[in-house]
Design a protein around this ligand. Structure first.
Ligand code: DLZ
Length: 161
């Protein structure tokens, strides 16, 4: 879990394989776009930093986090990519809706990982407050998008080595 000791953008760059030749799909939810777009930008920047070509990063948008399931499924089946990064941000409101979206989306993305050959990286922020989301999307705890990009590269490498 993210704590004061875990900064989402801190990682050992030496441990990250080259992403040259790898193809990535990024599915971005437009809900809370202030946060999700920042995560997507950080993911793209990190993939490129490690050698991924711009033309090998396919970005598609879906309306909300719940649609990440279908969006990621489409990317896995038809996107011709080696890994998919699903990016969303759910912030708790007054009703139990938060719990249903978080649980449904998490389960959907988990099932894609169980059934498919293309790893789907879990870039869903589940926050109690906007401040928590801000802290994890370029704030004091770094950027979840960076962590997702590094994870995606490592999972593609995992399949090949
Ligand atoms: C409806 C809804 C609500 C209340 N909150 C969020 C949220 O915080 N983050 C998010 O990504 N999406 C939210 N949504 C939209 C749902 O994910 C979904 O798009 C709609 O329920 C339509 O299926």
């Amino acid at each position: 879990m993210a704590t004061a000791y875990h900064h989402l953008s801190d990682y050992d760059a030496q441990s990250v394989p080259s992403a040259s030749g790898m193809r990535f799909g990024i599915v971005v939810a437009d809900w809370n776009d202030r946060f999700t777009y920042s995560m997507a930008d950080a993911a793209i920047e990190t993939l490129k930093l490690h050698g991924a070509a711009k033309e090998n990063i396919v970005v598609k948008h879906v309306p909300g986090s719940f649609e990440l399931i279908f969006g990621a499924k489409w990317m896995v089946e038809k996107g011709n990519v080696d890994a998919v990064i699903a990016i969303g941000c759910v912030v708790r409101g007054d009703t139990p809706h938060f719990d249903y979206i978080c649980q449904g989306t998490t389960q959907g993305l988990a099932e894609l990982n169980l059934r498919g050959d293309v790893p789907v990286i879990y870039g869903l922020l589940t926050c109690n407050t906007m401040e928590q989301a801000e802290a994890r999307t370029g704030g004091i705890l770094g950027n979840k998008g960076t962590e997702c990009a590094v994870t995606a590269i490592k999972m593609v490498d995992y399949k090949h080595n």
